[in-house]
Design a binder for this molecule. Structure first.
Ligand code: FE
Length: 377
């Protein structure tokens, strides 16, 4: 069968499989696309293949092209397994999410991309709002991914979730002292709190969720309290906050759980020690729930290899791939049939925030404004 993928792909082919382990760039942007600069071009484009019909096996092409802002080894491993099982080649271009969205808009109908993969529900929402996605029509996906982890119109599908929690020094902090994100802004934690820069997207989405739950005024007061309680000026990533706890710089840190998992299996003995010496606390269990974010895949509006792309989403959300995401990257699976790795099981289940991911992008500019105002660097 002849691929209907555009051959311009071949001209500009940049086949990048950059196997970077650490995470940073996805969460380090301070200029994410938030709906500004929408070009009229994007809206004028027609796409006659953009129907809501399920795709059939006969439409399967021999490749699928991904624009991704994720950069984990496990993703590349899963793509390779998919190729082995289906014969469908997976081509990957990595970049920062806002740039990839702009690229999709710029390329329009001639874009070779089939899937847009990124972290952060706000960015997935932005991609949808920018008109670069189309619905994924698949009973398999619907059965594998709970509705709250899919876009309402299936423009994007969750691949994994992550929890932003409070890590604490096991030898100095009694977890009974811990309660909520809000409490971290109280005087009790003065000079004891560690968190990375407010310009980091993980913190911006956390703050956006608090705006959605508590309002702007309360969140501004909260951010002022966080800035006032810091043990040091923000530096480094989430991992560095955990290391600073063990170094005695501070007692508690706001961080994503999967970094604790990464460190627990690190080749670096120091990191293993850090993972052992910090506890993981899920905040707001008696109130609004722990902040969660999502990784997801969107089907691009002009996907030339639509059937193959949907098949890949089905593959990535199946039990086996989900268990791999979770056991290698320590993210939470979206598929409820997938078993959690031992470490995640040891932390237990927890109540999650129920905030529409769209709020993460909606309030993003406000989080920047608040951080600047209160002096959270
Ligand atoms: Fe990360």
């Amino acid at each position: 069968m002849v691929s209907k993928s555009r051959k311009v792909w071949m001209l500009g082919l940049v086949f990048i499989l950059v196997l970077l382990t650490a995470c940073g760039s996805a969460g380090s942007n301070d200029n994410q696309a938030n709906g500004s600069n929408t070009s009229a071009e994007g809206q004028q484009e027609q796409n006659d293949s953009n129907t809501n019909e399920p795709v059939s096996e006969e439409e399967l092409t021999s490749e699928v092209n991904i624009y991704t802002a994720r950069h984990y080894d496990v993703d590349a491993e899963l793509y390779a397994q998919f190729t082995e099982e289906t014969g469908i080649q997976v081509n990957v271009i990595e970049g920062k999410a806002p740039e990839l969205i702009e690229r999709l808009k710029r390329e329009g109908e001639s874009s070779p991309a089939d899937l847009f993969i990124t972290v952060d529900g706000g960015i997935l929402h932005t991609a949808k709002a920018e008109g670069v996605l189309q619905p994924v029509v698949s009973d398999v996906v619907d059965a594998q991914v709970p509705a709250e982890l899919r876009d309402t119109d299936s423009h994007w599908i969750g691949l994994s979730t992550r929890a932003r929690v409070i890590a604490y020094a096991k030898d100095r902090v009694n977890p009974e002292e811990l309660s909520t994100y809000e409490d971290l802004a109280s005087d009790k934690w003065k000079g004891r709190l560690l968190v990375r820069s407010s310009s980091n997207l993980y913190n911006q989405s956390l703050m956006a969720s608090l705006i959605a739950l508590n309002g702007e005024e309360a969140t501004e007061q909260w951010a002022a309290g966080i800035a006032a309680n810091l043990a040091r000026d923000p530096e480094g990533g989430d991992r560095d906050q955990a290391k600073a706890i063990v170094a005695g710089v501070g007692d508690v840190a706001i961080m994503n759980t999967y970094y604790v998992g990464h460190m627990s299996v690190s080749d670096d003995a120091e990191e293993v020690k850090v993972a052992e010496q910090i506890g993981v606390f899920f905040p707001n269990q008696d109130s609004t729930g722990t902040h969660v974010n999502i990784s997801g895949a969107g089907l691009t509006k002009h996907a030339p290899n639509k059937a193959a792309a949907v098949k890949l989403i089905e593959y990535l959300t199946a039990k086996e791939a989900q268990e791999k995401f979770s056991s290698v990257n320590f993210e939470y699976p979206v598929n409820p049939d997938a078993e959690w790795p031992e470490l995640l099981q040891s932390w237990g289940t927890f109540n999650k925030q129920s905030v529409d991911f769209a709020a993460y992008s909606e309030y993003n500019p406000k989080t920047v404004e608040i951080s600047n105002k209160v002096g959270w660097k």
